[in-house]
Structures are given as structure tokens and as C-alpha cells.
Design a protein around this ligand. Structure first.
Ligand SMILES: Cc1ncc(COP(=O)(O)O)c(C=O)c1O
Length: 307
């Protein structure tokens, strides 16, 4: 495989404007080369922070309330007191997008950490100066070729753990669990890793949620061991509202290999079809249900971000 064949669910069309963007860092808008945080920052030092990925369409952040719900729930769970609320976050994002002249087809990575530490050690109390807030917003159009060719998955040894170790619902700065899974998939010649849960049921991929389609039904994992993806929930709701049978259930690789269609979900790429798992082609390559869900999702985003 050459580098040209490699695909990820986060491939975007090259946009030279992204070299010139302004990035929000703790109250200031900084040119990309000057947008830095301290080497003492808890996010850099320990992966001690939470982030959200969001998309801008028509001047509006799609599903903003859902993203804020997840973010503030996570921050509360790890006792990071931001001192500001969702409305203030919206102001930060809008101000940054405006400064960059962006109204649509932009993607934001909003990052919140426990902040700068007094000493290079783990104790959370060493972060004495309040949370760090960074928003990187880039011009971003996912590449089309992913939607025709589909992505190749490899099942990897790295699993998603039980919630009492590091709950998979934390969109934490530390993504080492996922990064290891991604490396294992790459080493197996695939694009992304398909991760099982501790019982061996199919769970999620290293960067997206995972769905299969079998005999007209849409299946995804129970949700117990994966990110509570905003796109995942939207797909489940769309199926329910449009008469497509959908089930959150345990299933094994046996059923995944034999699926008629499979797709991934995430804010960045919406729904990305899966071409093969562990070298086995999925279905015939015709993907009517994935296409239908994709169309329904597009309409939902348009309604959600309408003026
Ligand atoms: C591991 C993982 N799974 C799934 C998702 C997709 O979540 P969402 O649909 O909210 O973008 C993400 C995105 O942050 C993720 O990091």
C-alpha cells in the first residue's frame, strides 16, 4: 500500500487558507504559528482535558446543544470548572469563525483542559490558574472518494474498556487507547481499527461509531463501551422516525462479516461506508440503506442549521 492509497475518516480536501487561520487561545486570537499553550498545560502533560468536534453550516454550529451537553457533563465528571457556560462558548466559536471569514464547511476542535500547572506532576490541584480553552476552526470539506470507495477496517487487539477504568464516553485529550488501535489497524494494512468490547462483541472504531445493515435492519452496539456520539444518536433517531428498523444490541464479528452494508458515524465525515473488514468485502458494494440514512442526515443538518 502506498501513502496515496491510505484513507482516514478525517480526510479533508486540501485548503491552503488553513495555513493562515486565527486560533482562539485563552481569550486571544492568534495566528497559527503563534497559537501555543504552556508545556506545563495539563492537556499537554497528562492528556487531562476534554474536547468536542463540531461543524459549521450556514453560519450555525450543527447540534450545538447536544455537543455542549456532552462536554459539560464530561467536565463536571472530572471536576474541571470552566467558569463559563454554553452561551459563552458559542460566542467564542462565532467570534473565531467570523475572524476567519468562515460561514460554512468549517470544522472546530474545541479543547478544554484543567490548565497550566505549577509543577510538572500529576496532581490536579497543581493546575492553579483555571482551565485552558482553545478553538481551532479549519475550512473543511470531507473528500468525496471516501463515499464511493469506502474505508477498510481491521479488527484490532486493543479493546474499549469497562467504564470504571477510563469511560469511553469521555472525549478526553488522552486518546491513547484509540491511537494504539489505529496503529494496530495500520500495521494490519487497514485504514481504521474495529474495536471489540471486553466480551468480544463488536463495539466501535478508533475514531467513529460503527453500524451494520443486515436484511434491512440497522444494528449498532449497545453503546455501553463506546463514545456517546452525537451522529450515532442522530442516526438512531432518524431510523426510528423513518420506519427503518434499528437495534442497539450485542453482535459478533460473525454478523459484521456477513452484513449487507456497514458504515461509520462521526461529526467530521457524517456517514462513511465500510468497504471491507479484515480483508472480507462487505456486501455487494451497493449501499441503499447507507445512502438513505446519509440523505436523511443531510436534510436534518440543513433543518438544524437553517436561518
Ligand atoms: C472515539 C470516538 N468515537 C466516535 C466519535 C464520534 O462522535 P460524534 O458523532 O459526536 O462526532 C468520536 C468523535 O469525537 C470519537 O472520538
Amino acid at each position: 500500500m502506498t501513502d496515496l492509497d491510505k484513507k482516514t475518516t478525517h480526510d479533508a480536501e486540501h485548503d491552503p487558507r488553513n495555513d493562515e487561520i486565527l486560533i482562539y487561545v485563552n481569550g486571544e486570537l492568534k495566528p497559527k504559528a503563534e497559537a501555543v499553550v504552556s508545556v506545563y498545560d495539563s492537556g499537554f502533560m497528562l492528556g487531562d482535558g476534554m474536547w468536542e468536534g463540531m461543524r459549521l453550516y450556514n453560519g450555525k454550529w450543527a447540534f450545538f446543544d447536544e455537543h455542549m451537553d456532552r462536554l459539560f457533563n464530561s467536565l463536571k465528571a472530572v471536576s474541571i470548572d470552566l467558569g463559563i457556560g454554553p452561551d459563552d462558548i458559542l460566542e467564542i466559536l462565532d467570534k473565531t469563525a467570523r475572524a476567519n471569514g468562515m460561514t460554512t464547511d468549517a470544522h472546530c476542535r474545541l479543547m478544554i483542559t484543567r490548565g497550566r500547572k505549577a509543577k510538572p506532576f500529576q496532581h490536579p490541584g497543581l493546575s492553579r490558574w483555571g482551565a485552558s480553552i482553545v478553538a481551532i476552526i479549519e475550512h473543511s470539506k470531507p473528500v468525496d472518494r471516501l463515499h464511493s470507495a469506502g474505508i477498510r477496517l481491521a479488527t484490532v487487539p486493543q479493546v474499549r474498556g469497562l467504564p470504571m477504568s477510563q469511560d469511553a464516553k469521555f472525549n478526553s485529550h488522552s486518546k491513547l487507547n484509540c491511537v494504539i488501535a489505529c496503529l494496530q489497524a495500520e500495521q494490519a494494512g487497514a485504514d481504521e481499527g474495529l474495536m471489540l468490547d471486553p466480551h468480544g462483541f463488536v463495539n466501535t472504531t478508533n475514531a467513529c461509531n460503527f453500524f451494520i445493515v443486515r436484511r434491512g435492519e440497522v444494528w449498532t452496539s449497545t453503546g455501553d463501551y463506546c463514545m456517546n456520539g452525537v451522529t450515532r444518536q442522530k442516526v438512531i433517531d432518524l431510523c426510528r422516525d423513518n420506519g427503518i428498523p434499528v437495534f442497539e444490541k450485542n453482535y459478533s464479528l460473525y454478523e459484521a462479516y456477513g452484513a449487507d452494508e456497514a458504515f461509520l458515524t462521526g461529526t467530521f465525515g457524517a456517514q462513511t461506508p465500510v468497504a471491507e473488514i479484515d480483508g472480507k468485502p462487505i456486501g455487494s458494494g451497493d449501499r441503499p440503506i447507507t445512502r438513505r440514512i446519509r440523505d436523511l442526515y443531510k436534510e436534518l443538518v440543513a433543518r438544524n442549521t437553517a436561518a
